[in-house]
Design a protein around this ligand. Structure first.
Ligand code: DQA
Length: 756
């Protein structure tokens, strides 16, 4: 038996997020494994993994009769909980406990709490018909508004993971070649909910135009500006139904909005509350007094500030001192600088582009720029802007600004301009996996919805050898592929002259995930930065014989070869699908230092799981049925169960050290073994006062006897299946292949009950 006991290498990440009150947080411990989470090798950056975040004691202020919410926070964080009489009685001995304080007690000493020791969250149930207590809202670090729907647990997990700094999508979004946000213009978010999945296809974030909300009053009129309690509920509703980051916008009357400008303090009050609600992006208009902008920037916690400037005068000029000074003012307190103006002539779109490149050259460290012209004349600039381009959708009641376009319109325009050439994108399967993954109609649906010109086809490779893969990749119009099942990196490269000669012999770029996991499931094509986009290929492979299918012979005409300026990137999306599934209802920190059990009949089936567990920093992994590759196990504690004795030993340890998460990649024919282990390790609950359910993830597909998912539920586990992982992995695959975000909920919706 080998027990690899090594320290996680790489050292602590030197990040010290600010608390909401602006102070650098004491007790912040950000010791993530840089090697497993850092941007991929060769400068390819696909986002970061979970972080340890804020390690202060989490204190939940709960309303009368709502004590249960404390246990749910504890469950999400994987900690026990206790109820304390007041803030004063909380000491450093509570470090690993979630503490509840009743609202009426909290009112007495919330202001004098030790901010370095505790982070205070005001949890308020909106169903009880009362707005949250004003003092508690203002004094606590954060506020979680909830209603008891079945979406609530996911929202609570997302809120907690975000405000505590364990998950943040900003870095990953800014690394994307293009990002879009949908400007919702509903007077009431309820109207958006039935169509939210379809509305948000192609969007990386959802903007809530707070100034356009209309709060009905009892006398039949509407409030001049919506109240914070009304807005809070609207934020809650929207966030329960979309996993996308939100943008909170109070657009002023002078800039095409409805928010009055006579009292800037109201902006502070509303925008700061949005930070407390854990809204990911806060739109802060640059006309606001500097003191307010500075305060919001310093108090932004995990949220990011989008500085905003709009000019409707038709006199604004990009090549002017004014434009330059607005940029300089904006960037002082911004994570993204947004400047938007009405123009008179098409030529001014080019002036904007010149401004963009000049600013980028002169201020290389400036925040990302979102620069756009309004009106029909300005639409061209909406196709060129790459950072958070605002988009609309035909299902919205009104467009948020003149000239706004949908994601499909922008893509169609890019395609007409030769900026988005038609590509062939493949799902490469094997004869065995083919039937299980009829994904062609789904991909076509996404491409249609997004107005992408690409062609998708499912193709088959033989079970062995990478020759066929090379044939699909080495085409002029090759636009990327996913491999289902994934292929070992070594088999892909073995005796393959195409791959080894690629990039003048440097070979494909391999992301760190793919390298350590050793399995490739996505091949991404990146045109070289100095190559202009190729025009549509001279010939697209002949029409597929059946729905989206082609044979390698069909390539004969299209095979002018992959342009030498393009780079291939080999990546692994599956581990992210697994990570997203495991962290849907639990904060990443719930896994920290815990024990996992992974079952698989070959290491190929287990490696992505192990990598995801490594990113979550589990303390120890028991394995059954495979050997973990050395490169992957480095820095982890891995113990194979290779005898009844080792199983017995794992049973004997205290509940805290027995497996908390069990992942099985064993086929359906072995479900009895999985069931047996679930019974062995189930039954008991997590740490003493916590009601955290253990986690079971079943990666097996197809019919089986004695569904392990049912056994798991009976044995005290929360069970997840392959459909969850497949949907999250598809989201990631689409992001990698076509750079577009298709929400998880849309993937589930479009694929019917299961996934594909
Ligand atoms: O700032 C912007 C951009 C926008 O004004 C546009 O021009 O598309 C639309 C607004 O909703 C958003 O807040």
């Amino acid at each position: 038996m080998t027990t690899a006991v090594q320290q996680v290498g790489g050292g602590p990440t030197p990040v010290r997020p600010l608390s909401v009150n602006g102070a650098a947080l004491a007790g912040m411990d950000m010791d993530i494994d840089r090697r497993s989470l850092s941007p991929a090798t060769n400068g390819v950056k696909f986002g970061s993994g979970p972080k340890r975040g804020d390690t202060r004691i989490v204190v939940i202020v709960y309303g009368q009769g709502q004590e249960n919410i404390v246990s749910i926070f504890a469950d999400v964080l994987g900690k026990p909980y206790r109820v304390a009489a007041n803030f004063e009685s909380i000491t450093s001995a509570d470090q690993d406990v979630v503490v509840g304080v009743a609202a009426e007690k909290a009112q007495e000493d919330v202001s004098s709490r030790a901010k370095n020791l505790v982070v205070a969250i005001n949890a308020h149930c909106v169903n009880l018909g009362m707005p949250p207590d004003v003092k508690l809202s203002a004094e606590c670090d954060y506020e979680f508004l909830y209603s008891e729907t079945h979406f609530f647990r996911r929202d609570l997990t997302r809120f907690t993971s975000f405000v505590l700094g364990q998950i943040n999508h900003h870095e990953a979004l800014m690394a994307k070649p293009r990002t879009y946000f949908i400007s919702t213009t509903f007077p009431d978010v309820h109207a958006a909910l039935p169509n939210i999945d379809i509305l948000t296809v192609g969007a990386d974030a959802v903007e809530l135009r707070v100034d356009l909300l209309k709060e009905p009053l009892s006398d039949g009129t509407f409030a001049p500006i919506p109240s914070l309690s009304y807005i809070g509920e609207q934020v809650m509703l929207l966030r329960q139904r979309t996993e996308l980051p939100l943008i909170f916008t109070t657009r002023c009357t002078k800039e095409n909005g409805r928010f009055p400008m006579d009292n800037p303090d109201i902006y502070y009050e509303y925008l700061y509350r949005a930070i407390q609600w854990g809204v990911e992006y806060i739109d802060v208009e640059v006309w606001l007094p500097e003191e307010i902008r500075q305060r919001l920037y310093e108090q932004r916690g995990s949220s990011r500030i989008m500085s905003a400037f709009h000019d409707f005068s038709f006199t604004f000029k990009w090549p002017s001192i004014q434009a330059q000074s607005i940029f300089l003012e904006s960037r002082k307190y911004a994570d993204i600088v947004k400047m938007i103006a009405f123009i008179n002539e098409h030529n001014e779109n080019f002036e904007l582009e010149y401004f963009r490149s000049k600013i980028r050259a002169e201020y290389p460290d400036a925040p990302p720029l979102s620069l756009i012209n309004m009106g029909e004349t300005g639409q061209f600039s909406r196709t060129l802007n790459k950072v958070f381009t605002p988009i609309t959708h035909p299902l919205l009641p009104i467009i948020a600004a003149p000239g706004q376009m949908s994601a499909a319109e922008i893509n169609a325009a890019l395609s007409l301009l030769g900026q988005l050439p038609k590509k062939n994108i493949y799902g490469i399967s094997t004869p065995a996996s083919r039937i299980a993954t009829p994904q062609a109609p789904f991909y076509e649906k996404c491409f249609n919805e997004l107005g992408l010109p690409h062609q998708f086809a499912v193709v088959e490779r033989p079970s062995r050898g990478s020759g066929a893969v090379e044939a699909w990749c080495n085409q002029k119009a090759f636009g990327g592929a996913y491999l289902s099942p994934p292929m070992a990196f070594s088999s892909l490269m073995h005796n393959n002259t195409f791959f080894s000669r690629h990039r003048n012999g440097a070979g494909p770029i391999v992301t760190e995930a793919a390298r350590l996991i050793g399995m490739v499931d996505t091949i991404v094509v990146r045109p070289s930065s100095n190559s202009t986009p190729e025009s549509a290929p001279a010939s697209i492979p002949s029409s597929p014989s059946r729905h989206g299918e082609m044979s390698p012979r069909g390539l004969a005409n299209s095979n002018a070869g992959l342009p030498p300026s393009s780079s291939l990137i080999l990546d692994n999306a599956t581990w992210r699908g697994i990570l997203s599934t495991l962290t849907r209802d639990l904060a990443p920190s719930a896994y920290l230092g815990r024990t996992a059990l992974v079952l698989a009949s070959s290491s190929d089936d287990a490696v992505s799981v192990i990598f995801a567990l490594k990113a979550l920093q589990v303390g120890k992994v028991y394995t059954v049925g495979f050997k973990t590759p050395l490169a992957l196990s480095r820095g982890m504690v891995i113990e194979p169960f290779n005898s009844l004795e080792s199983l017995q030993r794992a049973r004997m340890v205290g509940d805290e050290a027995s497996p908390f998460v069990i992942v099985s990649a064993l086929g359906p024919e072995k479900s009895n073994i999985v069931g047996m282990l679930l019974r062995v390790f189930g039954g008991t609950r997590g740490p003493s006062a916590s009601n955290t359910r253990k986690i079971f993830l079943d990666l097996a597909d197809g019919p089986r006897k004695g569904d392990p998912g049912i056994v798991a539920e009976q044995s005290g586990f929360a069970a997840y299946g392959v459909a969850d992982v497949a949907a999250f992995t598809t989201v990631e695959t689409l992001r990698l292949l076509v750079g577009q975000n298709v929400p998880y909920s849309f993937v589930r919706l479009a694929s019917g009950r299961g996934v594909f």
